[in-house]
Design a protein around this ligand. Structure first.
Ligand code: NAD
Ligand code: 13P
Length: 376
């Protein structure tokens, strides 16, 4: 038949929610096979059981999304090659540092003509320029790769609160519409734009701005200052993206992946949260130390709560516990800026990094405007 088979590569917090969204649609839409295969990086739970077995028995990812039914048509599979073998549509949603290894294992194992999409935020920005995850996937596996980004805190979508997302595509509008169809639900509204790089850069760069927003919160500077930092950050996101890829479109920054993801991350994100604590301590304690400590706090909370609120806290703890992308992205962006002689053009990005490494005090976040960018 010409029904599409979907496989989700990744089963963390967002990966599990993505599987749930997709599984609700494959049941409804005749052009997809009902079954959604979800590759699980296998681990043994404290009970001694395998995570995959528990997901298949209870229909819940008890470790990364406890309390949420995924849909009976989600089948967890610990065997990566087996999971992708028959798939026409591949959804990549792992933490970005694992993608290089996963791609290597998948070379030659993907079905001919398969389509891919990346939900992964936090690409690597190297000296030579940024290494986009969608580019890594399409080059290594010889597939077309779209991206999906947006104001999407996974825990909120898991409990079906309304949000939006943006699909970025390169050329083929029909493929993009197919992805939109696969992800859209009444509480998850997806729009497609022809701008893969713009969408993907938005998802990464907003984490740097979230640190700046956190510093402002920690210094208790108020809403006007925070709004100003967000606006200036959005402008730097746009200029930086357009300097790297001339194809990037202005309108992309008004989509969910742009301004909306920036807002949700600057209001509720973990980068913001740790940056706030960093500024409260006058920059005297390192990000690593604070992350570690705030993590312990989360752990305590998790152990003393019950039921759904416990589940939500637990999810928050898990999401929070992975390393902070904003700090490493700020460093990587800084390297690009220095390498290309652009430091003066991006005072906010540059200052965030210098504060994070202790070269400048947190209060420098609003002093940077002395060096005005010359061309924006
Ligand atoms: P997560 O942060 O919950 O990460 C845990 C996942 O990593 C688990 O599935 C775990 O099994 C897996 N893992 C651990 N070690 C591994 C290894 N060696 N090889 C492969 N996998 C391994 O994951 P997530 O929240 O699903 O995030 C995936 C991507 O989605 C990230 O790029 C993130 O930025 C993005 N994202 C997350 C959210 C969110 O709210 N959580 C929202 C939007 C986008
Ligand atoms: P992280 O918490 O992994 O940065 O993702 C949250 C997010 O991107 C919200 O859209």
């Amino acid at each position: 038949s010409n029904k599409s088979r979907v496989t989700v590569v990744g089963s963390g917090n967002w990966g599990s929610v993505a599987s749930k969204l997709i599984a609700s649609n494959t049941l409804k839409l005749g052009s997809f096979h009902d079954e959604v295969r979800m590759w699980v990086y296998e681990e043994t739970l404290p009970s001694g059981e395998k995570l995959t077995d528990v997901i298949n028995r209870t229909n819940e990812n008890v470790k990364y999304l406890p309390g949420i039914k995924l849909g009976k048509n989600v089948i967890a599979d610990p065997d990566l090659e087996n999971a992708v073998r028959d798939a026409n549509m591949l959804v990549f949603v792992t933490p970005h540092q694992f993608m290089e290894g996963i791609c290597k294992r998948l070379i030659g194992k993907i079905k001919k003509g398969a389509e891919a999409i990346s939900l992964i935020k936090g690409m690597e920005v190297k000296m030579e320029g940024p290494c986009m995850i969608s580019t890594l996937i399409s080059e290594q596996l010889n597939v077309n790769c779209c991206v999906l980004m947006g104001a999407n805190i996974a825990n909120e979508i898991a409990v079906e609160k309304f949000s939006e997302a943006t699909v970025g595509y390169r050329e083929n509008r029909e493929i993009a519409e197919r992805w939109v169809q696969l992800f859209s639900t009444p509480y998850f509204m997806v729009t497609a734009v022809q701008d893969v790089e713009g969408v993907e850069l938005c998802g990464t760069l907003k984490n740097v701005v979230a640190l700046a927003a956190g510093f402002v919160d920690g210094l208790e500077m108020g809403n006007n200052t925070k709004a100003a930092v967000m606006r200036i950050g959005l402008r730097e996101m746009r200029v930086f993206s357009k300097l790297l890829f001339s194809s990037v479109k202005d309108n992309t920054f008004f989509e969910s992946c742009g301004v909306a993801d920036l807002i949700t991350t600057c209001l509720g994100g973990r980068n913001r949260k740790v940056a706030e604590a960093f500024a409260r301590n006058g920059g005297k304690r390192s990000f690593d130390e604070l992350e570690e400590e705030m993590l312990q706090g989360q752990k305590l909370q998790v152990d003393t709560r019950v039921s759904l609120s416990r589940a939500i806290d637990h999810i928050y703890f898990l999401v929070f516990s992975s390393y902070l992308k904003g700090v490493s992205t700020a460093k990587e962006v800084y390297e690009v800026l220095r390498n290309r002689g652009w430091l003066e053009l991006f005072p906010l990005f540059a200052t965030v990094h210098e504060i994070a490494i202790g070269r400048l005090p947190p209060s420098a976040i609003v002093e940077y405007s002395e060096h005005k960018p010359s061309f924006v």
